[in-house]
Design a protein around this ligand. Structure first.
Ligand code: FAD
Length: 380
């Protein structure tokens, strides 16, 4: 071997949440792991999100259970890695009869599937959660299982936790240019020999295995986001907040027969929200900042430049639902994730031992730890 040649059990390309999850699971099994990312500080979808760990949105059954498994991993990181994780839960608020109907139905169906959630009357919801605006409130669905993490801080900390605890070797700021099993080559001239390679390159379909990724049917999706400055007087949001639009967004609610009329009403009365794929959610981080989003624009509709009208639509929807003390927006950004139209996650093995693991869509923070744990259990 030359001075720049190394040997490892597992190489992981991409230190977003998916790569971190696969690296962590390998390291937990005592394997030698090297983790590459082309940027020194994380910049991908994993640091641009709400930081919501969101079991309540996952299809009931296997996916919901996988989300709960991920949730346990996040709580473990809180205890072992010093990562801020709040057990805040979530609250969906209803301002229309059809939304209220879906919440009631879901509370009943969910209970049968072991989903811990409860329907609250408007009076109960406003008593328990003072951040919720009372005007026009018809009812709410509370779930205790959702977590809040500060994504930029957590995703920056995790590689170092893996290095300190399991001896994972970090190659941050090093782009992988080629994988030809068992060899991984980098732009900095390193050559690694690995038994297994995981390619977790997020929405970058161009650099590695473009032929596989371009034919996998994966789409790119752009989301616009905002963040307030820290709220005054230690004001806390409490549970993550979502409105009726979110009921049409997450798959979990598709078990409700009452969803049809809600979707029809939204399609007929809120064309701009449909056009930009807007549903509105809010979370709060450990600095007291409230993170607000989002929209969904796909593939050819993705512009490098953001649309102020999207932000206005999001805020116009949220204002009557939330008693926020300070609405001043301190930061605006967008993120892009990869998503398959039907699959919740895409894996492929273009060469023996090389696994592409991409496209958790809107649920990467929620699902990645569970996905990686399940993968290793099935394939180890
Ligand atoms: C605005 C927004 C809000 C969201 N909100 C939530 C939420 O609240 N909860 C939730 O569960 N999910 C949420 N998601 C989804 C979640 O953020 C994504 O599913 C997840 O972050 C995808 O992780 P990833 O590791 O695949 O991608 P990324 O985080 O983009 O990581 C990919 C990494 O690979 C690196 N890379 C690529 N190619 C190479 C190469 N050749 N060599 C070296 N490194 C390479 C990149 O530099 C990057 O760091 C949201 C997403 C967005 C955009």
């Amino acid at each position: 071997m030359t001075a720049h040649s190394y040997r490892t059990d597992v190489a992981v390309v991409g230190a977003g949440i998916v790569g971190l999850a696969f690296a962590w699971e390998a390291a937990r099994r005592g394997l030698a792991v090297v983790l590459f990312d082309r940027t020194r500080q994380p910049e991908g979808a994993s640091v641009r999100n709400f930081g919501m760990i969101w079991p309540i949105g996952q299809p009931l059954g296997e996916e919901y259970q996988r989300a709960l498994r991920s949730r346990q991993r996040w709580l473990e990181l809180r205890d072992c890695a010093g990562i801020w994780v709040a057990e805040c839960g979530s609250l969906h608020v209803a301002h229309h009869d059809d939304e209220n109907e879906v919440l009631r139905e879901f509370a009943a169906v969910g209970e049968k599937h072991g989903v811990q959630c409860e329907y609250l009357s408007a009076v109960e919801a406003s008593k328990r959660f003072p951040a919720v605006a009372t005007s026009g409130l018809q009812g709410a669905l509370y779930s205790p299982t959702e977590l809040a993490v500060n994504s930029p801080a957590a995703v920056a900390r995790l590689p170092h936790y893996l290095a300190e605890t399991y001896g994972v070797q970090l190659r941050l700021g090093v782009a992988v240019t080629d994988v030809n099993m068992p060899e991984v080559r980098t732009a900095s001239g390193e050559r690694w020999l690995a038994d297994r390679v995981f390619v977790c390159s997020g929405s970058d379909f161009a650099s590695l295995f473009p032929a596989v990724l371009s034919t996998a049917g994966i789409r790119r999706c752009k989301l616009q986001m905002m963040r307030t400055r820290p709220q005054p007087n230690n004001w806390r949001l409490g549970p993550h907040l979502a409105g009726g639009l979110t009921l049409a967004h997450y798959k979990s609610f598709e078990v409700c027969r009452s969803l049809g009329p809600l979707k029809a009403r939204i399609a007929a009365t809120m064309p701009q929200y449909i056009h930009y794929g807007i549903h509105v959610m809010a979370s709060q981080n450990d600095h007291g900042e409230v993170i607000i989003g989002d929209s969904h624009e796909y593939d050819a509709d993705i512009s490098p430049f953001d649309k102020p009208e999207i932000d206005e639509l999001i805020l116009a929807y949220l204002r009557p639902r939330l008693n926020l003390p300070d609405w001043h927006i301190a930061a605006r950004w967008h993120g892009i994730y990869a998503k398959h139209p039907t699959k919740s996650f895409v894996t492929a093995e273009p060469q023996p031992g090389c696994v592409i693991a991409v496209a958790p869509g809107s649920t990467g923070m929620t699902m990645s730890f569970g996905l990686a744990a399940d993968w290793w259990e099935t394939h180890a």
